[in-house]
Design a protein around this ligand. Sequence first.
Ligand code: PLP
Ligand code: SF4
Length: 367
Amino acid sequence: MTTDANLKSADADSAWQDDVRAGVRHVRDLASLPLSPAERAAAQEAAVRHKVRAPKTYLDLIDWNDPADPIRAQIIPSPDELVETEGELDDPIADHAFSPVPRLTHRHADRVLLFPTYQCAVYCRFCFRKESLTSIGRGYTREALEDAFAYIEAHPEIREVILTGGDPLSLPDKALAEIRARIEAIAHVRLLRIHTRVPVVLPSRITPGLVGALQGRLMVTIVTHFNHAREITSDTELACRTMRQAGFVLLNQSVLLKGVNDTVEVLEELCRELMYRLGVKPYYLHHGDLARGMAHRRTSIAEGQALAGALRARLSGICNPVYVLDLPEGGGKVPLGPCYLEAQEGDNWRIRGLDGEMRVYRDVVGE
Ligand SMILES: *Cc1c(COP(=O)(O)O)cnc(C)c1O
Ligand code: SF4
């Protein structure tokens, strides 16, 4: 035991590399999974639409006896993905329309999205950026980001730089340190935010070296992406503790996915375990967007509102995420409710309580 632990800490880097190597990296690796011949053929066919990738430890969380396993549903291609439904979009949240220079999206004055890479540690079947991710050869180089850095320098209203992608934490420590240093040198930037699934799907990658690469002048916020409490393990717990001890603020965004997390019980457990076990504050619960081939995982807004209402009544404020929809055409992320205001009569508002009972609240303000 002691020897193993020592070996691991002495050589933490190779631990995550082994995890990647032993996982699924290409469509042909699907053959190594315990799928029936029919399931394998279906998965291979579906994989033409979106790359396939998952590290070994994440695959090991799958219960292969359960065809509806929530982790399997997120990463193993399904023939349902080949079904396109009227109204689905290539770029569901209009990232491209708001991109003044390559690799940057600026839609809200005080913050920008920066795309250092279009590769990920895992390819999620429901990804809303999958059309961008399928283009090959768009990894990280310093030159590729130069125009984006110059743009941030020229816009003093930008206070937050959000690294997204792709998965920024799929980059080497050296690249991350370089990006952090470049952003940190821009005096008006206050906060560096990283949107990532690495702490969920490849927690061994959260090494002291990685954390050190991100530490500097800027406040660092890591936004993880857990969708189910089954993804919370002793490994993810360790990864989150490492990041918290480094002084990073940890938040989580989940996507509401039919058959994965669309029940009150599953969401309630997820949100509590995130906060109480990992110290990760549930931030957003995203309504499934209009990515192609995803109708089988989307819920209706009415279903989402009912779930969000039940969570609001059951969970403490710090465990409770905001249910949002990222509107097409760049309308931004808007909260979908539920709404508790029922009617206004003069100064009187009729407002529904968390117990479902109606109350009257009178607006009393000074002249
Ligand atoms: C989601 C998003 C952000 C971040 O929004 P927050 O509500 O601050 O989390 C910023 N810019 C764009 C273009 C986005 O899509
Ligand atoms: S890690 Fe994020 S960007 Fe990458 S496939 Fe999954 S949801 Fe998409």
